[in-house]
Unconditional design. Structure first.
Length: 547
């Protein structure tokens, strides 16, 4: 691409946070360019400076806390860092738009969809209500929102994650921008929705001829979407080039590290002779739908509808499916944290009829590791206090020093410094916080652990480290894992048996290798096609759409 076709060019861009002597350099003299109609990817792990660099283009950083010690960002010959605020406002949302990572926090919960999408049209194009409404309907239809007329008055909380992201795309593309910045646009979505959103962005880009700056840590998305790649580490660009060249012949050790970061290794070997830890048959979790003046039950949401399973010691049962399929509800029911119908046995003992008081002694043997380590750890407690909470309840006879020793041992077991137990969650990275959450579960020496999307919020290389840790803990303590995830690569690395859920029912189950190599159900094949870049035949796609 010739230099004359360049749309955006950053030269020696630096970003600092703080003031005076307390400044921290987040981006250090990076240079990159984006050509008209081109897709460029900024790749790197959390904290590498990707998003900060992209937000600098739109001047969306928290000024004056953020500053630019050096650099220029040219857009059609204008330095965006120096133009007046009113000129920047004319460009932002019109010529250059952005899609944020988490649509639920990016959309205004107090405004309906028509008002939010229409706002950018009225602001930049001066449209009246009637004209804006027509254009909003056209945009919602273009981004694949079904029955857009019925969605105009909907609020963000009334839409699914995929629908909210489509609304964000409609807002970003409303004025047909020259450059679209997509900041981790699919991280919070299920694999099939991810595939749909990426396909949508690709089609719209071709239709509008716009350029795209894709910010991600998922190299699978980069392979699929980008023409050129910039790899960032610690605020600097360490490698750049054509996508194929960077992936096939990486020069920098960090690039090779990212490419090789996918979870590896084999799950535990299936062994039907091992004792059964958790068992259920025809389990049902139905939530009533009430209506009318007397709030009578008129129907049920069948979150789990007639599911049977056996989980043995030292084994991992993977539960996969999209959001709303009933995966987490199943796990909570097995732990007796929500009401259910059907027998549940733990180590041969029926527990479905036990009261909460009767269940309490068993809680130390049945633990959970949640999806979001930051949300599941109290910011007001030190990590030592967080981990010792279970000990205070389950082993009250322990002295302070004995508890502290146990907490230190649990931290050491998950690869953290035992002396760090007086620090707080915000002082740790995402991967370290998840290790803390695992230590909280392991300190009570459980037999059964429910892992609810424990790696989905983490970078690829950190995912691989957590998978290795979980595998080692399972081998060492003979743990039974219920591993809930929509990330099939991680499921394949950890699980020796898999069940696939859809709308509360099991549509396929079997040994992991069988499900992954020879799936029988159309829905399973669709999940695999989206997650593992397998080829899906047209008959399966048509059958899934009809269902």
């Amino acid at each position: 691409m010739s230099q004359s076709e360049t749309l955006v060019q950053a030269r020696n861009l630096s970003v600092a946070f703080g003031r005076g002597d307390n400044k921290t350099i987040a981006v250090n003299r990076v240079s990159f360019r984006i050509g008209r109609g081109e897709t460029v990817a900024l790749v790197g792990e959390s904290g590498s400076g990707k998003t900060v660099s992209a937000l600098s283009i739109l001047r969306l950083l928290p000024y004056p806390t953020a500053s630019h010690p050096s650099g220029e960002i040219f857009f059609e010959g204008k330095d965006l860092l120096k133009i007046p605020d009113d000129a920047m406002r004319e460009i932002r949302g019109d010529r250059i738009s952005i899609i944020f990572q988490e649509p639920m926090t990016s959309l205004n919960p107090l405004h309906n969809i028509e008002r939010q999408v229409g706002e950018v049209l009225k602001l930049h194009r001066g449209m009246d209500d009637a004209s804006a409404r027509v254009r909003v309907l056209e945009l919602l239809h273009k981004v694949g929102i079904r029955d857009p007329e019925k969605r105009l008055s909907a609020y963000p909380h009334e839409l699914s994650g995929g629908q909210r992201q489509r609304v964000m795309i409609a807002m970003a593309l409303a004025n047909e921008p020259d450059l679209l910045i997509a900041d981790e646009p699919t991280t919070a979505l299920d694999v099939t929705i991810q595939a749909q959103i990426l396909e949508l962005l690709s089609d719209l880009q071709k239709e509008m001829g716009m350029a795209m700056l894709l910010i991600t840590h998922d190299l699978g998305i980069v392979r699929r979407m980008a023409e050129r790649v910039y790899v960032m580490k610690s605020g600097e660009i360490v490698e750049e080039g054509q996508m194929e060249e960077v992936f096939n012949n990486p020069h920098h050790p960090y690039t090779r590290h990212l490419i090789n970061a996918e979870p590896k290794g084999d799950p535990p070997k299936a062994d039907d002779t091992r004792p059964v830890v958790v068992e259920t048959e025809d389990l049902k979790v139905w939530f009533p739908i009430k209506s009318g003046l007397l709030k009578r039950t008129v129907d049920h949401v069948k979150a789990v509808d007639g599911l049977s399973l056996k989980l043995r010691a030292g084994q991992t049962l993977g539960v996969v499916g999209e959001s709303g399929s009933g995966k987490t509800t199943l796990g909570l029911a097995l732990l007796r944290l929500i009401a259910s119908r059907g027998p549940i046995a733990y180590v041969g003992r029926r527990i479905d009829g036990l009261t909460q008081k009767q269940m309490r002694p068993l809680r130390k043997e049945m633990q959970i590791v949640f999806q979001d380590p930051y949300g599941s750890l109290s910011p007001r407690l030190s990590i030592g206090q967080i981990i010792e909470e279970g000990l205070l309840i389950q082993q009250p006879q322990l002295t302070f020093d004995q508890r502290r020793d146990k907490v230190g041992a649990a931290l050491a077991e998950v690869g953290l410094d035992p002396d760090s137990q007086d620090r707080y969650p915000h002082e740790f990275s995402g991967g370290q916080r998840q290790r803390i959450a695992i230590a909280r579960a392991m300190v009570l020496e459980p037999k059964f652990v429910m892992l609810d999307e424990p790696t989905s919020a983490l970078d690829m290389s950190v995912q691989a480290q957590i998978v290795d840790l979980l595998r080692e803990l399972q081998r060492k303590h003979d743990l039974a894992y219920l591993f809930i995830s929509h990330d099939l690569k991680v499921v394949r690395a950890l699980s020796n048996y898999v069940i696939v859920m859809r709308n509360g029912r099991v549509v396929e189950e079997g040994p992991s290798e069988q499900v992954f190599t020879s799936p029988h159900d159309d829905y399973t094949r669709t999940l695999l096609a989206a997650a593992l870049n397998l080829q899906i035949d047209k008959e399966s796609a048509v059958a899934l759409e009809r269902s």
